[in-house]
Design a protein around this ligand. Structure first.
Ligand code: NDP
Length: 330
């Protein structure tokens, strides 16, 4: 059996040296427990925040302790009446090949309804994040212009598609021409901006959104956020989902002071944590599944093989190596 520990806290961009593989005993299951075999591991930008020793909405990882993320696992032995051998579950679990768990908070997933990996993406936290951020915070109306950054990623690609379902014009920002093609050809975005090919984001957004931006769904923060705000319409909504461009900063970033734009344009700017909407998950997931079934939604995954490649897959998120949800198949 193997686990992956946080060996040191990254300074700047994480490196493989921040992680340590350790051999551990195969656990035995005792009363009330299940024995779980890891199948798919979610790697997510927010894990970078948990690697800092900082108070946040979620506890930081401890040094020399296993890292955790969303994992799909198979129940291989059960002493818990709620689970039987052969069940598949989704849970916040340790980066271990095999582990025991008391079953609390584990969700069963149905392999006959969707591929297992989809429960980490489109039917899991990133799909839910897109839904909550766009519909509950952004409140799109038909005919509005929605701008999305990190648009080809797990959250962004779903935001754009839901905005299309709601009758909006959708413009996506991503880091390569290949990703821009994906936005337009696969996800139905109206326009795309490759931020690596323009040094005048403000102008590029203006050209792609001639009627201005009504909703900006922000996955990246920093200069792209500044450029988006400069293009917002009055009564626009800025949805702060994440700020990946800042996660590896070692100093407090500075930027334009935004207060006057917010006032002059009567903008609403709001952050959110998808997990705070847990009571709604049982309505949101069936809605996402129904759109999937009706081909109103589609999804992309970047599946990396082998447990040993989990740290590298995580690091690669900051290099834009993924299209859609980045998942490791163990
Ligand atoms: P993605 O699948 O979007 O993967 C990350 C992508 O970010 C990369 O593919 C890359 O694409 C882009 N990126 C990396 N570095 C930069 C940079 N410096 N500037 C601009 N883009 C960059 O990840 P997720 O969909 O899982 O997450 C997207 C965002 O949503 C993150 O900020 C995450 O923290 C946040 N999030 C928030 C949640 C909440 O509850 N609020 C829940 C889940 C996620 P490219 O090639 O285009 O650069």
């Amino acid at each position: 059996n193997k686990t992956i520990l946080l060996k040191s806290r990254p300074e700047g961009t994480p490196t493989l040296d921040n992680f340590e593989f350790a051999e551990i005993d195969k656990p035995t299951v005792s009363e009330g427990q299940v024995l779980l075999k890891t199948k798919y591991v979610s790697v997510d930008p927010y894990l970078r925040g948990r690697m800092r020793d900082e108070k946040s909405y979620i506890e930081p990882f401890q040094l020399d302790e296993p890292i955790q993320s969303g994992i799909i696992a198979e129940v291989v032995a059960s002493e818990n009446p709620d689970f039987k051998t052969g069940d598949y579950i989704n849970g916040m679990l340790d980066w271990k090949k095999i582990q025991t768990h008391n079953g609390k908070g584990l969700q069963k997933v149905d392999q006959s309804k969707a591929p297992l990996s989809a429960y980490l993406g489109i039917l899991g936290l990133t799909g839910i994040t897109a839904y909550v951020g766009l519909l509950k915070i952004g409140e799109p109306k038909e005919g509005e212009t929605v701008l999305v950054s990190g648009a080809s990623g797990a959250v962004g690609s779903v935001v754009g598609q839901i905005a299309k379902i709601k009758g909006c014009k959708v413009v996506g920002i991503a880091g390569s021409d290949e990703k821009i093609n994906l936005l337009q050809d696969t996800f139905g975005f109206d326009e795309g901006i490759n931020y690596n090919k323009t040094n005048t984001m403000q102008k590029a957004i203006k050209e792609a959104c001639p009627n201005g931006v009504d909703i900006y769904f922000d996955n990246v923060g920093g200069e792209i956020l500044d450029a988006a705000i400069a293009n917002m319409n009055r009564f626009g909504r800025v949805v702060n989902c994440g700020a990946i461009s800042l996660y590896n900063e070692t100093e407090q970033p500075t930027g334009p002071r935004l207060e006057t734009s917010l006032v002059k344009k009567s903008l609403k700017m709001q952050g959110f944590i998808a997990r705070d909407y847990q009571d709604d998950f049982n309505k949101i997931v069936p809605q996402l599944a129904s759109w999937l079934q009706k081909d109103k939604l589609t999804y992309e995954e970047t599946i990396v093989d082998r447990f040993e490649n989990i740290p590298q897959a995580f690091i690669d998120l900051f290099d834009g190596k993924n299209k859609g949800k980045m998942v490791v198949k163990v």
